[in-house]
Design a protein around this ligand. Structure first.
Ligand code: IVH
Length: 687
């Protein structure tokens, strides 16, 4: 048996702590302080050490999130403390009645309430024993749930071991209760990907979360973008628990456990109602689905004292949002042609206001969905709109038919260019076969110019439609060879606009390779796969020359993805297109980052910027600091080495003073950058 040198043991511990911290910054705060590459390097180092010394592997190591074999079925778990449910109220009057009862039964009126969103997901109980994640279970019927330990382990937001700050004690047994859910954007991406792969779509984020959590193979769960947010504790043994509910949430937060967003404490019913109205108004903009606001009595002793009716504690209630569903009529069905030529049926509706927004179109997804809904033209249908999801038809109401309804017939010719439409065997969608169909081109250009791709500012749907209709763009590379003389003649194109557009187009030539690959719009190549391809091959030429085997060798790439990429680069038209991009000056290879020796006064230092800088922008300063090996973080802690304060510094300055962190000025920053080898002409481009 090998013995592990103590310094390696310490290094493994350090790596796990660092990974824990960067995970939290990335997944919970959405404010990473290190690059993906740095994070990956730490993971790799940890994996290598664990491979060399397997005795170092513990179940709470970040390398152990995935790896449990598929289960035969789920074991059951008895909840020692039952997981209760919530009563509902649907309007202000009902809410006031609920609060009145709380006042009456407690004989008090000085009661604080906590408000928080009611997340639409799956309730789970997560157990930490001595600070180590040991079990995850679904709520089930409140008394008995399913053991989903291996699946919950794959949720990146959730720490597998707690690293409490020195002044935060952790009980021997800590049960965290909360919701596993999926963000709307992630849900849409997942469904889009499933659509492309011909898999059935999830009806809503909640179903997607539930379906992902109840996979017998944790590997599948790991591939799904699940989130977690705590809304309570259950077991809490060996220590007194915080006295208030807000105290519980604050406590969990200090342990890096993600908690319900935007919880707040109020002292009166009127204040709570102001907050509920705010939620009602902003619910459409949320990143996640919430079906109400939960209001809880803050004082936990009083909460318990108020007791339970049936399965519902008296001290909490859910103020439910009104449904965002309406009934309307399908006037006719349009088939829209996307970037890949895919035809999507769109129900054109009798306009109806849903949750304050006029809805005239709703997606019917594909022919199978039309079949499933049994919907016809002229039918009354229920339409639903949630968050930023495209409105959709959720049911047809055949009982309201009058005999004039007509079946929805999928076209056999492209509604835009008239070319043939095919439905490939085993696929749910039809495709226009014409690669230069104007509808496809327009959608391709929009995708190419979009934010996550080449990011050409000001180049949206209107412009791509116009340029295609005028014949100014016939293929993607034409974007870089526009006839500006002709554009100058168009209405609405003043010199300034042309100037801005030309500059935006010029700037886009220099995007990282992964963006360019993504921008090409290869089927099954989203942002993630594009990044993997760029990392793996480093240049378009090497990617284009890849064999199917090469592509299949990339972790996570299956035959569908590999085949699609391979075919794309073996289509002569695409080869020609990439050649043209290259000739026009678009960057098609990764340029290696300039390696600078990480020495000098700032190397390895953690720094914070505050206030306004005069000689360089915030972004330039951050970039320069990173180049010389400093870590730029957004808040001051005792681990901060320097705070650089410009003009009118904010609260970070005060915090630095309180903590005794060294505060320096802009001059010091410039000097230290120079000493680290940055020539300032580089940091400050002539403007
Ligand atoms: S408290 C005793 N808080 O709603 C009440 N529940 O109807 C314990 N839920 O099973 C639950 N967000 O799945 C609570 N902020 C929140 C919640 C929340 C969502 C769900 C949870 C629970 C159900 C109760």
């Amino acid at each position: 048996m090998s013995t592990v040198p103590p310094d390696l043991r310490a290094r493994v511990d350090e790596l796990r702590r660092l990974i824990h911290r960067y995970n939290y910054e990335y997944y919970v705060l959405a404010q990473p302080t290190v690059s993906d590459a740095e994070y990956d390097a730490l993971m790799l180092e940890l994996r290598q050490l664990e491979a060399r010394y397997p005795e170092l592997i513990t179940p709470d190591s970040p390398t152990q999130r995935i790896g449990a074999p598929p289960a035969e079925g789920f074991a059951t778990v008895q909840h020692e403390l039952p997981m209760l449910s919530l009563s509902n109220v649907f309007d202000e009057q009902e809410f006031r009645a609920w609060a009145e009862r709380v006042y009456r039964l407690s004989g008090r009126r000085d009661i604080e309430f906590v408000t928080e969103p009611k997340l639409d997901g799956v309730a789970v109980a997560i157990l930490y024993r001595n600070g180590v994640y040991t079990r995850g279970a679904t709520r089930g019927d409140g008394y008995t749930g399913e053991d989903v330990t291996a699946n919950i382990r794959t949720i990146r937001m959730l720490p597998l071991r707690l690293y409490p700050p020195d002044d935060v004690p952790v009980p021997a047994v800590l049960e965290v209760r909360g919701e596993v859910y999926m963000r709307i954007k992630d849900f849409n991406d997942l469904n889009r990907q499933r659509g492309e792969e011909g898999l059935p779509l999830f009806a809503n984020p909640r179903n997607a979360a539930a379906g992902s959590l109840r996979q017998l193979d944790p590997g599948i769960t790991a591939s799904r973008p699940l989130c977690f947010a705590a809304w309570d504790i259950g077991l809490f043994d060996g220590l007194p628990a915080p006295a208030t509910h807000a105290g519980v949430l604050d406590y969990l937060r200090r342990l890096s456990i993600p908690v319900v967003p935007e919880y707040a404490v109020y002292r009166t019913v009127d204040e709570v109602l102001v907050e509920v109205r705010r939620w009602l108004q902003t619910r459409e903009q949320l990143e996640y689905e919430a079906d109400g606001v939960v209001v809880k009595v803050n004082d936990r002793a009083l909460y318990d004292q108020l007791g339970v009716v049936g399965r519902e504690p008296r001290a909490a209630t859910a103020y439910k949002f009104p449904a965002i569903e309406k009934t309307t009529l399908v006037r006719h069905v349009e088939w829209s042609v996307g970037r890949t030529g895919k035809l999507t049926p769109i129900a054109i509706l009798e306009p109806v206001s849903i949750g304050g927004v006029m809805v005239e179109r709703a997606s019917l997804h594909n022919e199978d969905e039309i079949q499933r809904l049994g919907v016809m033209i002229g039918d009354a249908v229920v339409v639903q709109r949630r968050g930023d999801v495209i409105p959709k038809v959720i049911t047809a109401i055949p009982a309201r038919r009058d005999g004039d309804e007509r079946p929805i017939v999928p076209p056999d010719h492209c509604p835009v260019c008239g070319a043939h439409v095919v439905r490939l065997e085993g696929e749910v969608d039809r495709y226009c076969v014409n690669p230069s169909c104007p509808a496809r081109l327009k959608a391709q250009i929009q995708h190419f110019a979009s934010r996550g791709a080449m990011d050409i500012e000001g180049f949206g749907e209107k412009l791509s439609d116009l340029f295609v209709d005028l014949g100014l763009i016939r293929s993607l590379p034409d974007i870089y060879e526009l006839d500006w003389e002709q554009i100058r003649q168009l209405r609405g194109f003043a010199e300034k606009r042309i100037e801005n557009l030309r500059e935006a187009i010029e700037r886009s030539k220099d995007r990282p390779l992964e963006r360019f690959i993504f921008a090409l719009g290869i089927r099954h190549v989203g942002e993630r796969n594009a990044r993997l391809l760029a990392e793996h091959f480093g240049s378009i030429d090497r990617l284009a020359a890849a064999s199917l085997e090469d592509l299949l060798a990339i972790p996570g790439f299956g035959p569908t993805v590999a085949q699609s990429i391979y075919e794309f680069f073996h289509e002569p038209k695409n080869v020609e297109m990439i050649e043209r991009f290259r000739r026009l000056g678009v960057k098609v290879a990764e340029t290696a980052p300039v390696a600078r020796p990480a020495r000098g006064p700032l190397a390895g230092k953690t720094v914070v910027l505050t206030g306004k800088l005069t000689t360089l922008t915030r972004a330039q300063a951050e970039e320069a600091l990173r180049q010389v090996g400093a870590r730029v973080v957004s808040s001051v802690s005792k681990n901060t080495d320097y705070v650089f304060a410009g003009q009118d510094p904010g609260s970070k300055y005060q915090r630095a003073q309180q903590l005794g962190v060294t505060i320096l000025g802009e001059d010091d920053l410039l000097r230290m950058l120079r000493e680290s080898g940055v020539s300032l002409a580089e940091a400050v481009p002539a403007s």
